[in-house]
Ligand binder design. Structure first.
Ligand code: GCU
Length: 666
């Protein structure tokens, strides 16, 4: 037995196999049977159908289309599309590339694994075209084996500054390909120490090997790049993007890198951010830096993904003019249109940093001529460290559905990142991933729902959070209806429950500095990171209106006016945009202070209900899964209690206003 979980590739025997049809034959058309992704797809199908239904379908290949290489960008969606239909006594998967066949194969396996009827699923023919060209995971793995913001063990890519390739590497590729991921960045955006040498011959062989394994599952290899490589490993004294010596060094370097790692698709760059070097040091713009690299990698059909997480991280708390929320917009909007074709700006979903609730970054809908990619975080940095259950797909659905009003139609974040709004060739969605070498990959077994869900949603944005969660439960825990309902009742409300017992009304932060787990109301208040709640004895919140930092006005209308007015701003974000007295009455009819008390008591009570629901599953599911999540729930309840007590007590002491319901506040 392997020492880690197979998650959605467990392929356990199905009782209900009559539903699945006889599947004697699988026809594969449009591709060559010699394509290595097709071979892997066939191996998956055969192994999965044998294990689940005890059948061995024969495989027939139809005529192959022309040999194609999937190029980075929009045409990926055409090539990765697949159609499944019923043919004779079996199924046909048709696609224009091996990747399309692979996704089709996993579609069939999912249908069988969820015990859905194959007849029903495919009778009318099912065509799926991926919603986004790039569906990417960003690993924040360091070469010493640690993972920045990792909550599920150490890296499975690195150990002692070496790249590890073993059985787990391939299983990981299979797991993420099965949910539709087609790109990964394999190292931390903070590129330091050994990682700076990933573009040298110290690591080329292993990287080439890794790239081949990933390519066999339709996954493109990307690396994070140290912007100051010219200085740190190149022996130059500058990283000025307009300096000829610097440009020449990169040209030679990239020629070597792409020759040695032929599967490499591009780089992710964190520049001028949190102490990382960048073009600002030389008085150049972000566009100067990104374009210089992009022009060089263009010859290799590669791209530069440039992060917009650029802000002043050394703010004085007395400074009320500087607003970290504005920084992405202010730094990137002026050069809209200047970024070259093979640059994508990667934008965090909110303007701050993956808080449990934030408005959508105004760069979406603000940038009108630039390729864009959304960055979300399934590593639960601020959302419970994979100790607390927090199913994030409902949040991602909200983000994707947000109307930016940047154009008459096709103006949601989903439209923008799919490439529809601007007709961009390069676009997509990335998640900072939540995996590590723990036996079950994600620490808390239920955090696997975020890995599963992110991939599924990136592939098909129209899927609902409920459907995705249900698939996850059926494939990885149990198909028993009682179990399915109970786990769904835990997963689906978990994000709102986490929000209730942590920071209220969009204010964010209030976490323990540095670790970001547990409550510390003032932890970030007097620190340098620009992360304030501005609570005093009269009120709380940050004035980001036209009378404050002006951030609200960065949105297109009618969003700008909505956020700018305390009366129109949605309750859940009101303290993000407004400094309000504790007695201010929300749309809910409650005062701000009563809302704080109520949500904290409720959130803690609801967390206890989730834990009790999990307890009711004892004996009905695998013991290892039960024990793993139970142990996390014990820690979650402690955490929720601490948050509830500390936040309530803090605001009671600040405001002097008692709880209407007279509950115990310390
Ligand atoms: C957060 C996180 C860091 C990370 C950074 C980033 O600030 O705490 O660990 O490096 O985001 O996204 O670059």
């Amino acid at each position: 037995m392997k020492d880690y979980a197979k998650l959605w590739l467990a392929y356990s025997p199905k009782k209900n196999n009559r539903e699945c049809g006889d599947l004697k034959k699988i026809y594969i058309s449009g591709v060559s049977e010699n394509d290595k992704i097709v071979k892997n797809a066939v191996a998956e199908l055969k192994a999965g159908l044998k294990a689940m239904l005890d059948i061995e379908p024969s495989i027939e290949y139809g005529s192959a289309g022309p040999d194609i290489k999937i190029q980075n960008g929009k045409d990926m969606q055409d090539k990765e599309e697949y159609t499944i239909s019923i043919k004779d006594s079996g199924l046909e998967i048709a696609a224009k590339s091996g990747a399309g066949i692979l996704y089709g194969a996993f579609d069939i396996l999912r249908t069988v694994a969820c015990e859905e009827s194959v007849e029903k699923a495919y009778a009318a023919g099912k065509t799926v075209r991926p919603s986004n060209p790039l569906r990417m995971l960003n690993h924040w793995d360091n070469m010493d084996g640690s993972i920045e913001r990792g909550y599920s063990g150490e890296s499975f890519f690195y150990e002692n500054n070496e790249i590890v390739i073993d059985e787990r590497t391939k299983d990981y590729a299979r797991l993420i390909a099965a949910v539709g991921i087609n790109a990964i960045v394999i190292n931390n955006v903070n590129v330091k120490q050994a990682a700076s040498y990933m573009i040298t011959d110290r690591y080329f062989d292993k990287l080439a090997q890794l790239g081949e394994i990933l390519a066999g599952y339709g996954i493109g290899l990307y690396m994070s790049l140290n912007y100051a490589s010219t200085i740190e490993i190149g022996g130059l004294d500058s990283a000025d993007p307009l300096d000829e010596k610097v440009i020449e060094w990169w040209k030679v370097k990239m020629a070597e890198v792409f020759k040695k790692i032929p599967t490499l698709k591009g780089f992710l760059v964190k520049a001028d951010s949190e102490g990382r070097p960048g073009p600002f040091t030389y008085g150049r713009t972000q566009a100067d830096g990104a374009n210089m690299l992009a022009d060089i990698v263009k010859d290799y059909d590669a791209i530069i993904i440039w992060r917009c997480f650029v802000y002043n991280c050394k703010q004085d708390w007395r400074d009320r003019k500087t607003d970290r929320a504005r920084a992405g917009y202010d730094n990137f909007i002026p050069m809209d249109g200047d970024y070259h074709d093979n640059v994508i700006l990667q934008i965090k979903n909110g303007p701050m940093d993956f808080q449990i609730r934030e408005p959508i970054s105004p760069l979406f809908g603000g940038l009108k001529k630039t390729n864009q990619m959304l960055e979300v975080q399934i590593a639960q940095e601020y959302t419970g460290h994979q100790i607390d259950v927090c199913y994030l797909i409902p949040e991602f659905k909200e983000i994707l559905g947000f109307k930016t009003y940047c154009s008459e139609k096709d103006d949601t974040v989903a439209d923008i990142i799919s490439g529809k709004t601007l007709g961009s060739r390069f676009s997509g969605i990335a998640a900072v991933t939540n995996t590590g070498n723990d036996f079950n990959w994600t620490g808390n077994y239920l955090a696997g729902a975020n890995l599963y869900g992110f991939g599924r949603l990136a592939f098909d944005t129209d899927l609902s959070a409920e459907q995705i969660a249900e698939e996850f439960v059926r494939m990885t825990i149990s198909e028993n209806e009682e179990v399915v309902s109970a786990v769904l009742e835990i997963l689906l409300p978990s994000r709102e429950i986490y929000e209730r017992y942590t920071s209220p009304l969009g204010i964010g932060w209030m976490v323990t500095p540095a670790t970001h787990y547990g409550c510390s109301v003032d932890g970030y208040e007097y620190d340098r990171w620009g992360t304030y709640h501005r609570a005093d004895h009269l009120g709380i919140g940050v004035d980001r209106t036209d009378k404050g930092t002006g951030y609200a006005l960065l949105y297109n209308e009618p969003n700008a006016s909505m956020y700018n007015s305390p009366d129109d701003c949605p309750d859940e974000l009101v303290l993000f945009f407004h400094h309000l007295p504790y007695t201010h009455v929300l749309h809910s009819g409650k005062t701000v202070i009563q809302h704080i008390y109520d949500t904290h008591f409720e959130g803690y009570a609801q967390a206890r209900e989730l834990a009790a629901k999990w307890d009711s599953l004892k004996g009905k599911i695998d013991d290892a899964i039960f024990d793993n999540v139970k142990e996390r729930f014990e820690r979650q309840l402690y955490n929720a209690r601490e948050w509830c007590d500390q936040v309530n007590s803090y605001f009671y002491r600040k405001s002097g206003i008692p709880d209407e319901k007279g509950r115990e506040i310390w």
